[in-house]
Design a protein around this ligand. Structure first.
Ligand code: ZN
Length: 276
């Protein structure tokens, strides 16, 4: 499926991508290059607060696809799980103030707990968040993570497992964030993207690349075009399935964080056009 040319106004960049910059520096630089949105990580506003963050973002006329990130529903004790739910409720409140469309959920996994048990806790936890989700109007997007994270970060690895939770809870404000880094290898990817799209459950689309010679699986992600993922092909599938939301650049990279961030951002914009 051939994707249409990218529209920068419908692209957003995660603040973590330009980690050395403050939220204000990110927003100014994105707006200057015609990038339409910013997805806000919690550390980007923790010192200034959500209202000041909203003011900065509005000053630059940017949209906010996502607040990143909530979740972590699989603690061993009920007390810890309750406190995690309270933290998620606070994040939903922040997302509402900031004007984020969704809160991205990294669902959690706990060493020693079976993945089946962990998935039950995830479904329970999300169900308990839904009333607050309705109050705030902020969507919840489950992000399946690559199976390398099944040990302690996410018991939801394939798109199908994220879809199963959505179908079980069947709520308009619950969907999935698709990140090419986590899903590109999935043999069912095409049919899963189509099924999610038809159900209107694809809420987010994150891009980066998987480098062949990666030296760290968390902090050596590639820029689109650096690696093996057919990012444009996946975008074509996602858009053909009915998704018309943002394309979000989310890259954690010590190598790119060490660069001059303005030069790096120019490269991101170039790769959005050439390789996304
Ligand atoms: Zn992501």
């Amino acid at each position: 499926m051939e994707a249409k040319p990218i529209d920068l106004k419908r692209c957003a960049i995660h603040t973590r991508t330009n980690k050395p910059w403050s939220l204000a520096e990110c927003c100014a630089a994105y707006a200057k290059r015609g990038v339409g949105g910013v997805s806000v990580w919690d550390d980007a506003y923790e010192r200034i607060g959500s209202e000041e963050a909203k003011r900065i973002i509005d000053d630059h006329g940017l949209g906010v696809p996502a607040l990143v990130r909530g979740g972590f529903f699989t603690s061993l004790t009920e007390q810890e799980r309750d406190s995690s739910l309270d933290h998620n409720r606070k994040l939903l409140d922040d997302a509402a103030v900031i004007g984020a469309d969704m809160l991205v959920l990294v669902v959690g996994a706990t060493p020693g707990m079976s993945l089946v048990e962990a998935r039950k806790l995830v479904t329970d936890g999300i169900e308990k968040l839904l009333p607050h989700t309705e109050q705030t109007g902020v969507k919840l997007a489950i992000e399946p993570l690559h199976p390398m994270y099944a040990d302690n970060k996410s018991c939801i690895n394939r798109v199908a497992e994220a879809r199963a939770v959505c179908e079980r809870l069947d709520h308009d404000l619950l969907g999935v964030a698709l990140d090419v880094y986590h899903i590109w290898w999935d043999p069912d990817l095409k049919v899963e993207i189509e099924t999610l799209g038809i159900a209107g459950r694809t809420f987010g689309f994150h891009v980066c690349d998987w480098k062949l010679d990666t030296n760290h699986l968390l902090t050596d992600r590639g820029l689109m075009g650096d690696g093996v993922i057919d990012v444009r092909g996946i975008r074509g599938l996602v858009e053909a399935s009915g998704f018309s939301g943002w394309t979000e650049v989310e890259i954690f990279s010590e190598r790119y964080w060490a660069m001059d961030q303005n030069e790096y951002l120019d490269l991101i914009v170039e790769r959005l056009k050439s390789s996304t």
